[in-house]
Design a protein around this ligand. Structure first.
Ligand SMILES: NC(=O)c1ccc[n+]([C@@H]2O[C@H](COP(=O)([O-])OP(=O)(O)OC[C@H]3O[C@@H](n4cnc5c(N)ncnc54)[C@H](OP(=O)(O)O)[C@@H]3O)[C@@H](O)[C@H]2O)c1
Length: 273
């Protein structure tokens, strides 16, 4: 597969790391090019690794510096893992970190061998290959390394570069935390359905399927802006319009979402470091 690295080490094979490895292998990465470092790999990870010839936890000193090292451990474990990671990284190794809240400076200051570093923020639909990841690179990252990063992170969904690292806080606030806002929307619709007289289980099924189907429609109609899709299903004076009059009022969803995303962005900024 083009742009897949010749060698890759995945540090942390949990939910996100596991989803990424699965994506790379399904895109044609040769499993023998991959090494997983994780103290307690799950049975599923062991099965996947065995099937594809991926090495797990080779003895220290047996791993040559890889072309890419992907850091998918929890942010709070970085300090403990840093010495081992530093030993794996060579001068030509690209580090791609998906750790929430850990800045490029946090990484280069703890891993003395780190040079080229990408900081990426994926989201949970990555588990089904439908995530979106925003990423920023430091000045040491070459165009070829950018291409490899895009190939690797596209294995779990869509991928976007941001111009500067500080924008990662905004990416976190919109798409990183965003799946929870959509799940909340389904919850609120279900509760309102109960208030409108529906049995709770039916209201939940209706709300859930509506969010699922609308997401799929938006996915398939990629060229149509969401506002247009909304207008396409809103007849003047109809039932949808009556609801949208409430949701789109001056104190409706737009200012509320604005405050929510601003709060998430501020929290991301506070947590970084
Ligand atoms: N899940 C998301 O939606 C999401 C979104 C954006 C960013 N992220 C970021 O992605 C990262 C991983 O999240 P996750 O949900 O995949 O977490 P996770 O399932 O807990 O995965 C982390 C994995 O790293 C392992 N690990 C711990 N210490 C290690 C060490 N020293 N060396 C190697 N592996 C080690 C853990 O093992 P044990 O379980 O045995 O400790 C676990 O398997 C986090 O930094 C998170 O901020 C996640």
């Amino acid at each position: 597969m083009s742009k897949m690295p010749a060698s890759i080490v995945l540090v942390g094979a949990g939910k996100m790391g596991g989803a990424m490895l699965q994506g790379w292998l399904s895109l044609g990465l040769d499993g023998r090019a991959a090494t997983v470092i994780d103290p307690y790999p799950s049975p599923d990870m062991k099965t996947l690794a065995e099937k594809h010839g991926v090495r797990i936890n080779p003895p220290a000193g047996e791993t040559a510096p890889p072309e890419v090292l992907v850091l998918a451990i929890k942010p709070q474990t970085l300090d403990a893992a840093a010495p081992e990671i530093a030993r794996l990284v060579g001068p030509g190794t690209l580090i791609v970190s998906i750790m929430a809240g850990k800045t490029i400076h946090n990484i280069t200051s703890r891993i003395a061998t780190a040079r080229a570093v990408v900081r990426a923020m994926p989201n949970t639909p990555a588990a089904v290959g439908r995530g979106i990841t925003g990423a920023a690179a430091n000045a040491a990252v070459t165009p070829a390394q950018r291409a490899v990063t895009a190939a690797l992170l596209s294995a779990i969904g869509r991928f976007e570069w941001v111009a500067t690292e500080d924008l990662i806080d905004a990416v976190t606030a919109v798409s990183g935390s965003g799946p929870a806002y959509v799940f909340l929307l389904a919850e609120c619709m279900a509760k309102a359905g109960v208030a409108a007289g529906l049995p709770a289980d039916l209201a939940e099924r209706l709300a859930r399927a509506t969010v699922e189907g609308s997401g799929e429609l938006m996915f398939r109609e990629a060229a149509t802006p969401p506002g247009q899709l909304r207008q396409n299903v809103t007849s003047p004076g109809g039932t949808t319009a009556a609801a949208l009059d409430v949701l789109m009022a001056a104190d409706g969803l737009e200012p509320l979402m604005g405050r929510a995303i601003a709060a998430a962005k501020q929290r991301a900024r506070d947590l970084s470091g």
